[in-house]
Design a protein around this ligand. Sequence first.
Ligand code: FO1
Length: 315
Amino acid sequence: MSGGHVLALCGGVGGAKLAAGLAAILPPDQLTIIVNTGDDFEHVGLSISPDIDTVLYTLSGLNDEKRGWGLADETWQALAMLGRLGEPDWFKLGDRDLATHIARTHRLRSGESLSAVTASLARALGIAPAIAPMTDDPVRTEIETADGRVLPFQTYFVAEQCKPVARAIRYAGAQTAKPSPAFLHALQRADLGAVIICPSNPYLSVDPLLALPGVREKLIALRVPRVAVSPIVAGRAIKGPLAKLMAELGVGADVVAIARHYRSLIDCLVIDHADASDAPNIAAEGVRAVPAPAIMRTHADRVALARAALAAASG
Ligand code: FO1
């Protein structure tokens, strides 16, 4: 990759960290970050876009490092009052975070698209690279469970803490949703230099983007390097329920399974040095393995992993 535009596909916490690393080293006009909206939902009358907010807060440095989601120095007075008034309080909306949801809901109701709202929130928070939702249309990730229920994503993830056994995952609305203008533009730009699939949960955070009409085909047809960064290190998910989910879906929780999952879409998989011995098995899937330190604890780790992903794209 020599100086072309970079398209980063991103979900929540892990994806946002790599996106922040990419934003730290690329000129702002050379990066487009497209974010999963399958986690979005309406809650207490508000339009909530958790992954977009995680990316906005991480890139503006306002995020809570320990939780991964939400804002640092948060308070919870409104949530306590909501509970007292008999409203649901299982989804933790902080006082400052509420302002984001109120602003988004207000602007969507006055007719702005989610793309326009996201761009204006990013601008207000001082974020320079383009951040856009995967689509302006509603797509809702749902989990089919072993006990026969179909759970909306946040019910599964937050209310039931990923405890139900998953049998299948679906992305309601994806078949008829249109990729956002920024997503389509990035996929078609003549100066596109690389696609980076961030270390987000493939099933919950990246597959919703790939389920949008035409996206998978466009990624397959691209003649630029496509690099994924593994969200699995040494058989464990860096964060969240990925390893449990992979076991329930009948795939081993390892880097080879990640390579197999993305094999038609990527040229390279960045893996942690801990998984370097799996490089030949990844090569057997037709994917080049590039070992690098893949766990991001500090800002320097994010920048180093972003550099490794861009170097992998350069071949
Ligand atoms: N995740 C949780 O595990 N518990 C919560 O109470 C919670 C609240 C929340 C509020 C705003 C927001 O933007 C994100 C929030 N998240 C919470 C994260 C959210 O569930 C994400 O969908 C997941 O982190 C997956 O990316």
